[in-house]
Design a protein around this ligand. Structure first.
Ligand code: KIV
Length: 272
């Protein structure tokens, strides 16, 4: 843990604002279960995202759309039981906030009450303004998410880089400003040109956390299973792999199978 990190006993939305002010980068990772969250929190990460990427990583769905509110609450409450320090942000799942601001508030309240999460994350800008206002008015901190927003995958048709064209870039900049004005405490920018992300981060006072958005932003987020190399079939340019756990785990499983088949496991010391 860095010296700067030790200043924040328990990371809050306020600490993140301070970090941006002091130029300290924010490190964010995903977790969906108790054991992983314990390790991630213990290593000193600032924010843990209970992302709806659980739909892909944990449940094996092709998109994030099928994940339900009850499933998000299950994942988030498992994470919360493990965490002592990080700020825990929970994704509002697809369908829980896009149509009706009252249902959006109900969903956010269920997440806060039933999981103990500290904040929610929502994908979109102007289109979901009413839901954001209503959730914020209940005292629930909101993190925005613009650029590649996987809950809209069927609108985009592909997971390619967003906002390369002027019109989409202008809309994104307007949405980022709007989210700041509404009172969101931070913003995730996913898979957009680094230059555009840098401009947005310089233009708004709330922390901008990038994934595939270059280094000139206020922090970074990765999906933990990707950066550990467990999801070896997924290799976008922005992903830095810190381990090759897919290979290491496969080797360990192979050794175990061999030991069981040979009768080498358990040995004399491994029994009662
Ligand atoms: O669900 C998720 O993991 C996310 C990150 C990719 C930002 O939204």
């Amino acid at each position: 843990m860095s010296a700067a990190n030790k200043e924040y006993k328990r990371v809050t939305v306020k600490s993140l604002t301070e970090m941006k002010k002091h130029g300290e980068k924010i490190a964010m990772l995903t977790a969906y279960d108790y054991t992983m969250a314990k390790i991630v929190d213990g290593s000193g990460v600032d924010v843990i995202l209970v992302g709806d990427s659980a739909s892909n990583v944990m449940a094996g769905h092709e998109t994030t759309l099928p994940l339900t509110l009850n499933q998000m609450i299950y994942h988030a409450s498992s994470v919360i039981r493990a965490v002592n320090r990080a700020l825990v942000v929970v994704d509002l799942p697809f369908g829980s906030y896009q149509g009706n601001s009252k249902s959006a508030l109900d969903a956010a309240i269920r997440i806060m009450k039933e999981s103990g999460g500290h904040a929610v994350k929502m994908e979109g800008g102007l289109e979901i303004k009413e839901s954001i206002i209503r959730i914020l008015s209940a005292g629930i901190p909101v993190m925005g998410h613009l650029g590649l927003t996987p809950q809209s995958i069927y609108k985009f048709g592909t997971y390619t880089v967003r906002a390369r064209e002027e019109e989409e870039a202008e809309k994104l900049k307007g949405d980022a400003k709007l989210l700041e004005e509404l009172g969101c405490f931070a913003l995730v920018l996913e898979k957009i040109p680094a230059k555009l992300a840098a401009e947005v981060a310089a233009d708004i006072s709330i922390p901008v956390i990038g994934i595939g958005a270059g280094g000139q932003v206020d922090g970074q987020v990765l999906v933990t299973h990707d950066m550990l190399g467990m999801t070896h079939e997924f290799h976008p340019r922005f992903l830095r792999r810190y381990l090759d756990l897919y290979t290491e785990m496969t080797d360990a499983f192979n050794s175990y199978i061999k030991d069981v088949k040979n009768g080498d496991f358990p040995n004399e010391k491994e029994q009662y």
